[in-house]
Design a protein. Structure first.
Length: 310
């Protein structure tokens, strides 16, 4: 019987900003529980999957992809292999990925590639995986991967992968200042642990099981950008600024040019600025570009990973 699946299978998946990130105490295994409020943004990755005997990936797009690995350690290849193992599929896939989300920028670009690959391969191979099973598989690939499948606005707890949808209305306008360097998430967490040790007499001990502040949920529910600007928070911002002090000047520059607030996204180094409306976002983008920063506009929330019919 001939397959009705069009080739290639094309899936589009969004990047994300964390409007809130609280990090719990370091556990015995070295990991931390977190509480995150995620928003999927209109900066997207496009993944096309073609039938093949083995597994391969190539990259293009608006960001420099020359440093990306294309072997079995690539997260998209890991996602495809994991799905094949789980479903007993014996073939492979050739992936072509068009990247627009900054690499190692704290916006979940690699997670978006992995989520899109799961969806694309499931459609290409006609493996028919149930949604809950795919979310469980996604969680094994990284804490942000399940969120990219779900999209919209959500709260993540545990390692960030225990998701519950958050009520959000309206559209939030973001301007993203994209650094010319990446940051290692483990290095930023290590710096957070050192920061907490250095200042343990001055700061309250970290919670074992952190939660998202009520003010954040209220601002999202109201669709109120000013209220959300006041509630933005990221425990990883201080260690990221310690490792990359230049990010502090970028935060100042955005807030001097009309941003309601700025926040380091995830473990950095992308800085996300919340603007009051679309016009203010355009003015802020122009001001940041004039300061020779790479700045892109995005709106949120948007859909999670989904099939695109070319």
């Amino acid at each position: 019987m001939t397959s009705l699946v069009p080739t290639p299978v094309h899936v589009r998946a969004p990047g994300k900003v964390n409007v809130f990130l609280k990090v719990g105490a370091r556990q015995d295994d070295g990991y931390h529980d977190v509480a995150i409020a995620y928003q999927a943004v209109s900066l997207v990755e496009d993944v096309r999957a073609y039938p093949a005997d083995d597994f391969s990936v190539s990259f293009g797009g608006s960001v420099d992809t020359s440093g990306l690995v294309t072997d079995g350690s690539n997260l998209a290849i890991k996602a495809a292999r994991m799905l094949a193992r789980r479903t007993g599929f014996r073939g492979g896939v050739r992936l072509e990925i068009e990247k627009n989300v900054p690499i190692a920028g704290g916006m979940g670009g690699g997670s978006a590639d992995a989520a899109a690959t799961l969806l694309a391969c499931d459609a290409l191979w006609e493996t028919g995986m149930a949604r809950d099973d795919m979310l469980a598989l996604a969680a094994k690939l990284g804490a942000d991967v399940p969120f990219v499948l779900v999209g919209g606005t959500a709260i993540g707890t545990g390692r960030g992968d225990q998701l519950s949808p958050a009520l959000a209305q309206g559209t939030f306008h973001w301007v993203l200042a994209i650094a010319e360097f990446g940051m290692s998430t483990p290095a930023v967490y290590e710096e957070l642990d050192r920061h907490r040790e250095r200042h343990q007499r001055d700061i309250r001990p970290a919670e074992e099981a952190p939660s998202v502040d009520a003010e954040v949920l209220q601002a999202l529910r109201a669709g109120d950008a000013r209220m959300l600007g006041d509630a933005l928070h990221n425990d990883l911002q201080a260690p990221a600024l310690h490792l990359a002090p230049g990010l502090g000047r970028i935060l100042e520059l955005g807030e001097e040019n009309g941003a309601l607030a700025g926040i380091v996204s995830g473990s950095g180094p992308t800085v996300a600025f919340l603007a009051p409306d679309a016009d203010a976002a355009l003015e802020l983008q122009v001001a940041l570009s004039a300061a020779r920063l790479t700045a892109v506009r995005a709106h949120a929330p948007v859909h999670g990973a989904r099939l695109v019919h070319d």
